[in-house]
Structure formats: C-alpha cells, structure tokens
Design a protein around this ligand. Structure first.
Ligand code: NI
Length: 178
C-alpha cells in the first residue's frame, strides 16, 4: 500500500471520538489495508506508533512498536510490533511518571507528559484475536499516547508545565535526528 499524509494538530479530524471497529471488519481486506497504510506511514516517519485518526480514518485502531531502536526515541527500549483495535486501558495503580513525548501530528516538538507507569491493556488484533498485556514504562506510555488519539486527545493537552514543551532540536541537540 502506501505511506499516507499525517494530519497535523489543528485539523478537526484529530479531535473526534473514533468509532469502534465493527465485528464485520475483523479479518477483512479493508482492515488489513488500513493496517498496511498505518505501518508504511509510521515507518516512513520513524514513529513509535500511529493511530488511525492521524491518517484521517475514524476507527479505533492503533499500531506501535516493531521498529527496533527508534531514531526519534534513541533511549527507548524496544516494543513488540502490535496492531490494537478497540483498546481498553486499565491503570494497575495510581503511580504516574513524567516523560518526553513527540507526535507525528505535532512535528518537531517534544513535551513532558505524566502517564500511568503500569497498565493492563486489552483489545483485538486485525484478525480479531484477543490481546491482553500488562506493561510498564515506555511501552505503557506509547499505548496511552496512541489510545488518546482515539479520544481526540493530543499530548500537548496533557502537558502540566508548558515550560517543558519545545522544539526537539533545541531540547535535545545531541540527537542526530528528530
Ligand atoms: Ni501521536
């Protein structure tokens, strides 16, 4: 398929509450094609993950991981490649941690966001198989960031201290790429 244009912050389509993937779409060519476009777009942009609304698709589908060491997140541990439809996130406790995030819809910028440290997430892959994982740290952060897109939330909306928000090349000049 093809890498698609990523919608940028300010586009009203990023603010919608996305629709659940209907039962009939699991295992379909239509959903497989969407996932392929998401993968191609994520890899073209070196993203850690991407959500369907970011390419203008109003469905509760996110993908993340599987890129090995990510040049946009050089210090982050690897996350297994995952297609997650109709996700549900459950924090395991109240612990939260601050970390720097970026977003393909907010290019060139990073901001510090608090996320739950440990979560359980459930959902289904594109074939309809159940996914049920308990994760922590960066993996938990990526899932929370991507699933926020399904509810029309971009990470700048979650920054507590806007002094911790700026251009990647200024904040992290040691990084070769952003
Ligand atoms: Ni994002």
């Amino acid at each position: 398929m093809t890498a698609r244009a990523v919608l940028r912050m300010g586009d009203a389509r990023l603010l919608r509450i996305a629709q659940p993937v209907p039962e009939a779409l699991f295992g379909s060519e239509e959903l497989a094609n969407l996932v392929t476009d998401l993968i191609d777009t994520m890899r073209a942009e070196s993203g850690a993950g991407i959500a369907a609304p970011q390419i203008g698709c109003d469905l509760r589908v996110v993908i993340f991981g599987g890129t090995g060491r990510n040049p946009r997140y050089p210090d982050a541990p690897e996350i297994p490649y995952t297609v997650l439809c109709n996700p549900v996130i459950e924090p395991l406790d109240d612990a939260r941690e601050a970390g720097w995030e970026g977003c393909l819809s907010v290019p060139g910028l990073r901001g510090e966001v608090k996320r739950f440290s440990r979560i359980r997430y459930t959902g289904r892959d594109s074939a309809g198989h159940a996914i049920d994982r308990t994760v922590e740290g960066f993996h938990a952060r990526v899932v929370q960031h991507e699933c926020d897109h399904l509810d029309g939330i971009l990470y700048p909306m979650r920054i507590d201290d806007l002094r911790r928000f700026g251009f990647t090349t200024t904040l992290f000049p040691e990084w070769a790429t952003q």
